[in-house]
Design a protein around this ligand. Structure first.
Ligand code: TXA
Ligand code: MG
Length: 337
């Protein structure tokens, strides 16, 4: 398939909207990561997303809307707590799970009767959805299991030749996928941490809990059970609170000198590592930047043929909790302390 690759100006977005209307696939930027979109009402179009990504068909998609008022058309039972979240956080990086209406096909919801909905804050995404005049089902625009795409070059690497069009934005990004909260259960539950943090949601809702297994191996969001965000290298995380982790890591680098080793560090620690490929995610006191750089760093390790990655851990609160969740998945939960 020939993929149209264009900078997301008005005429390109118009072209992309026509493709969506005709049942095609368009990768587009959002304020979190790039999405791979199709008409959420069109089961044939949605099946093409699973094929292009190599995604298991029981892993439901997020439906993106371009206007709050559209929500009523696709979901049932919007309770007052959900309304509070919408008022506070939409448009933005919060995905809310509702009971779905029949107009959303089971292909889009991965066979579930619930549906995840998001109103993205990104201008290009909003224009695209509103010009297409349909909600757009879009998972992250990476090959299934690979790190999500935060730059158009990542999307081109993964999807050129597999989709109809790639809209290139390279705008400001949070760099991690949206927070997901399930509002169909008695106590609202965060299924995936993101830039809208537990602490922020707690200020709006009386009750909210975090899926217990989020940082272990068996979480509830269907997609979370698959290997995720994984670079080609084997990843090991080291407890950054421990003294002298750089000594420990440098020792391991020497022991494995036949392997190409990468270290994921921050500005404060990058100079401590020897005889390896070091990447800094940024200033450790600026977690927003760390989140923005995270997926690109995993891809840079791949591009440099790194076989083992030793990564420093992050805190477990605020957006760092989301970074740590992605890092643990990339490492297949190998945490050394
Ligand atoms: O920021 C984002 O959310 C990006 C951009 C493109 O919007 N999208 C994204 O989609 O991250 P994806 O497909 O990579 O992740 C969606 C996650 C999956 O883990 C999926 O299992 C979960 O949401 N999910 C979707 N619908 C669900 C539902 N009804 N119940 C529970 N989990 C659901
Ligand atoms: Mg994804």
């Amino acid at each position: 398939m020939k993929t149209i690759i264009e900078k997301a100006n008005d005429s390109a977005i118009q072209k992309a909207a026509e493709i969506i209307k005709r049942g095609g696939l368009v990768a587009f930027p959002t304020e979190t990561v790039y999405g791979l979109g199709a008409n959420a009402f069109d089961s044939t179009a949605v099946k093409k997303i699973y094929a292009a990504k190599g995604r298991p068909s029981d892993n439901p998609l997020i439906v993106h809307i371009g206007d709050k008022n559209f929500l009523n058309e696709i979901v049932k039972d919007i309770n007052s707590d959900a309304e509070k979240l919408i008022k506070k956080f939409w448009p933005g990086p919060l995905t809310i799970i509702f009971n779905k209406k029949d107009c959303i096909p089971l292909e889009t919801s991965g066979g579930l009767n619930t549906i995840a909905v998001r109103f993205p804050a990104n201008n290009i995404a909003q224009k695209l959805i509103n010009l297409a005049k349909v909600p757009i089902a879009a998972p992250s625009a990476n090959i299934s299991g690979k790190p999500s795409c935060t730059l158009s070059s990542h999307v081109i690497d993964d999807l050129n030749g597999k989709v109809d069009m790639i809209l290139c934005g390279d705008d400001f990004f949070y760099g991690l996928e949206s927070t997901i909260i399930d509002m169909t259960v008695e106590i609202p539950k965060i299924l995936r941490p993101g830039a809208i943090t537990f602490e922020m949601i707690k200020k709006v809702l009386d009750k909210v809990e975090i899926e217990k297994n989020l940082i272990s191996e068996h979480p509830k969001a269907p997609g979370m059970k698959y290997k995720h965000y994984a670079p080609n290298a084997d990843v090991f995380i080291f407890d950054a609170n421990q003294k002298n982790i750089s000594d420990k890591i440098n020792e391991l680098i020497l022991q494995n000198s036949d392997k190409k080793i990468g270290v994921l560090a921050c500005d404060q620690t990058k100079h401590l590592y020897k005889n390896c490929f070091v990447l800094s995610l940024g200033d450790q006191n600026n977690p927003t930047v760390i989140a923005q750089n995270f997926f690109a760093a995993l891809r840079t390790f791949d591009a440099n043929g790194i076989e083992i990655i030793y990564a420093e851990s992050f805190a477990q609160n605020g957006i760092c909790f989301a970074i740590m969740n992605r890092l643990l998945k990339a490492a297949n939960y190998k945490f050394i302390n």
